[in-house]
Design a protein. Structure first.
Length: 313
């Protein structure tokens, strides 16, 4: 398995990510760290590792998609696993992905369940259907599972067939948020996805505290590349209805981001688009009420909503 880590100014985290690869029970791997123009000394930390399976590649800053794609292009294995520089793996992660791959040899990708790591280091496993927990299964419907449970795929918990990944042109370069959603959606429409229902990856989530959240907020792109990509996939005979609902929820997410930025007109446009793809929901009514609140109070309410969602999960 070729492991690809995109690195950009994560000097405080990269050693933990690399160490988690070195600790894998599965030892037949190479690690390609693609430095995307870091300026904080992170690449030098990688260079100090003596293991010959670790390779450092440098490029001018071009974004996380370009870094991942370059790593996949340079990979020498048929399978490419991704790990973000601020996330890490349990020692059984690659062997778990191998279990799913052997169970479903026709799969174009294999993913595992994962933990969400909070601001204080607390971990919780993602919610999965009971039939997926603790075993190798097929991810039957990515779009429906996102709506009914949680995102079953994360960029630090998946490996893909290299030839399929390259045929799909990899992660879309230039997309600043949602590039992973485009990739997983295209993979879901391209073939079967094997799933290992044991959480073996750790995703370090951004903070929900409104006092520090600002630095992590990115303005949603316009025009919306994720919506455009999903509309291209809507003709899929198996997933058409689910993609439509998935697209509606994507517009709701964008609406919340615009709300946090106090761009009320754009938030309202996203809400109208969401209702256009599905029926009006209670959360849409809540969004309209939030539009009426001043920004500081609105952010506090959104923080409470996110905290309760995490507690419920």
């Amino acid at each position: 398995i070729s492991v690809v880590i995109p690195l950009y100014n994560k000097a405080d985290f990269i050693a933990k990510a690399v160490d988690s690869v070195l600790a894998q029970a599965e030892t037949d791997w190479e690690l390609i760290v693609v430095d995307d123009g870091s300026s904080d000394g992170g690449p030098e930390i990688v260079e100090r590792y003596p293991d010959q399976r670790i390779k450092l590649v440098r490029q001018r800053n071009a974004g996380v998609s370009a870094a991942r794609n370059e790593g996949a292009r340079l990979a020498s294995s048929d399978w490419v696993a991704f790990l973000d520089a601020d996330d890490y793996w349990a020692p059984a992660h690659l062997s778990g992905l191998r279990t799913a791959q052997r169970a479903w040899p026709e799969a174009v990708a294999c993913a595992s369940a994962y933990y969400v790591v909070g601001a204080k280091g607390e971990c919780r496993p993602i919610r999965l259907p009971a039939a997926q927990q603790g075993r190798a299964t097929l991810l039957e419907n990515y779009f429906a599972q996102v709506r009914e449970h949680e995102h079953p795929i994360h960029s630090s918990a998946i490996m893909v067939k290299r030839d399929v990944f390259l045929k799909l042109s990899g992660f879309p370069v230039g997309v600043t948020a949602g590039e992973d959603i485009i990739m997983w959606s295209r993979l879901a429409c391209a073939g079967a996805i094997g799933y290992w229902g044991v959480p073996t990856a750790y995703y370090v989530a951004p903070p929900i505290d409104p006092r520090v959240r600002d630095q992590f907020l990115r303005r949603p792109q316009t025009p919306d590349p994720v919506a455009l990509a999903l509309k291209e996939l809507m003709s899929h005979p198996k997933f058409e209805a689910d993609i439509r609902m998935f697209l509606a929820d994507w517009h709701r997410i964008r609406g919340m981001l615009f709300l946090e930025r106090d761009e009320r007109d754009r938030a309202w446009q996203e809400l109208r688009a969401a209702v256009g793809f599905s029926t009006c929901r209670f959360r849409d009514v809540v969004s309209v009420l939030l539009l009426c609140l001043p920004l500081v109070l609105r952010r506090q309410v959104l923080s409470v909503i996110r905290s309760r969602k995490q507690a419920a999960a």
